[in-house]
Design a protein around this ligand. Structure first.
Ligand code: EPU
Length: 422
């Protein structure tokens, strides 16, 4: 296992390029199972979650090649079973269900179980696939989905108690591409990653309209073909570096971003007194730390609201912002593991009922801290950039799940960080 050593107090400045989106790449890689033809996907980030996905595809029998950000998949002859030893390593492997069921008319996918950021059921995924005509049984920790006569279009509402489901929308959308007739998903997730998947599926020959709105319509087709696709930029990686620049920056430019995808994050940073400037084409931005940072309030919501995947990083920024800031997570109300670690660095944070109240302190102090999940670890890295002394962030594999070469990117911005073996 690696750990990251961060010597705090060195400002970051300069420019980096944002990688392709992890959360768009994962379902797109799964969607390659819908055809026996070659699919070429570019700008897949080199992170462990996409590596797991490649291993899953290979394990299912697909032929996969990976070279500098490009993944080529040919799923000519595949099995219908994604076993637990694979699924348990990455929850997002549940997005195999839709494509496997559509292609093979049967699939066995291990249920993912608990998750450190909260209880993450898959009831909506299963309900959606049942609405398309599949029967679902739970057997030995696996969900077995069967539709021997193929799937049929239906109208399906995917709203859960905490809003729409992103991967659930992906699963039903993927399955419906090969269903007979028309499927309408209401209360669909509107995240840009869902739109990127729909673009990929349409390039394969699917007939999807409305992605990016709460109502998605899919007209089933009998066969999909191979295609070439470029993955969208990772808005959460961009947001994380934007927060880092607001916290510890002297002018940081991010290339290959999408201004529209970053609207909610930009609004919070500006409200907190920092400057964010986009170029005319909206594909690069420069973030400057404000002279008088101010507290702010965040409530996470489904897109286009403020993303839950960016609340931990903003909490790290607020930890040294004068005044009292509030972070409420309505999507994953238990996602506050990072707060206990930030408190070990001297932060003043009270967490209760899905809400963190953060009273800014002058400076955090270094401590050995433990990464608990992907975004929590990013928050600890950010906090360490301005903390007094040397912080050791243990269990770095959490951050390697979703941030491509984060230590190299930070080094190129002048941060004093080093990756070492624990
Ligand atoms: N939910 C249900 N039933 C379901 C599915 C979800 O009640 O069947 C609930 C969840 O418990 C949660 C809410 O619905 O309260 C939203 O969860 P969602 O299903 O949208 O999450 P997901 O699709 O499993 C994706 C991202 C997460 C991100 C969430 C929310 C991927 C691979 N993962 O997960 O990303 O937090 O959407 O935006 O796209 C991350 O990258 O760090 C990460 C956790």
């Amino acid at each position: 296992m690696d750990k990251l050593i961060v010597h705090g107090g060195t400002p970051i400045h300069g420019a980096i390029t944002i990688s392709g989106s992890k959360n768009a790449s994962l379902p797109i890689l799964a969607a390659t199972l819908l055809t026996d033809e070659d699919c070429v996907i570019r700008r897949v980030p080199d992170v462990s979650d996409t590596n797991y996905m490649v291993q899953i595809l290979t394990g299912l029998g697909a032929d996969v090649e990976r070279f500098s950000g490009t993944v080529r998949v040919t799923a000519a002859d595949i099995s219908d079973t994604a076993p637990y030893d694979i699924v348990r390593r990455m929850r997002a492997s549940v997005c195999m269900m839709g494509p496997l069921l559509a292609r093979k008319r049967r699939c066995v996918v291990a249920l993912p179980g608990g998750c450190v950021i909260g209880d993450r059921p898959v009831d909506l995924h299963i309900r959606g696939l049942e609405a398309l005509g599949a029967t679902a049984t739970i057997d030995g920790g696996n969900v077995v989905l069967e539709a021997p006569d193929g799937l049929r279009g239906a109208t399906i509402d995917l709203c859960g108690t905490n809003g729409p489901t992103v991967l659930g929308t992906d699963n039903v959308m993927m399955a419906a591409t090969l269903a007979e007739g028309i499927t309408t998903i209401t209360s669909a997730a509107c995240e840009p990653e869902v739109v990127d998947l729909a673009d990929f599926l349409n390039a394969m020959g699917a007939k999807i309209t409305g992605a990016g709105t709460p109502v998605i319509t899919i007209e089933g087709v009998s066969k999909l073909k191979g295609c070439v696709h470029n993955v969208i930029p990772d808005r959460i990686e961009a947001g994380t570096f934007m927060a880092a620049a607001a916290l510890a920056g002297e002018g940081v430019t991010l290339r290959r971003v999408h201004e529209g995808h970053l609207a909610a994050i930009t609004a919070v940073l500006r409200k907190a007194g920092h400057q964010v400037h986009f170029n005319d084409s909206g594909d690069a931005c420069t973030v400057l730390r404000g002279d008088t940072p101010m507290p702010a309030e965040i409530v996470t919501e489904p897109y286009p609201g403020y993303p839950t995947d960016m609340q931990a990083q903003m909490t790290a920024l607020f930890a040294t912002t004068p005044g009292t800031s509030v972070v409420v997570d309505t999507i994953f109300p238990q996602r506050f593991m990072h707060c206990a670690e930030l408190k070990r660095m001297g932060a003043d944070i009270q967490v209760s009922d899905g809400k963190a109240v953060i009273t800014g302190v002058k400076q955090l102090s270094a401590a050995p801290v433990m990464a608990s999940d992907l975004r929590a670890s990013a928050a600890l890295v950010l906090a360490a950039l301005t903390a007094k002394g040397t912080t050791e962030i243990l269990r770095l594999y959490h951050i390697d799940r979703g941030y491509e070469h984060i230590d190299e990117k930070l080094l190129s911005l002048g941060a004093n960080v080093e990756r070492v073996r624990e």
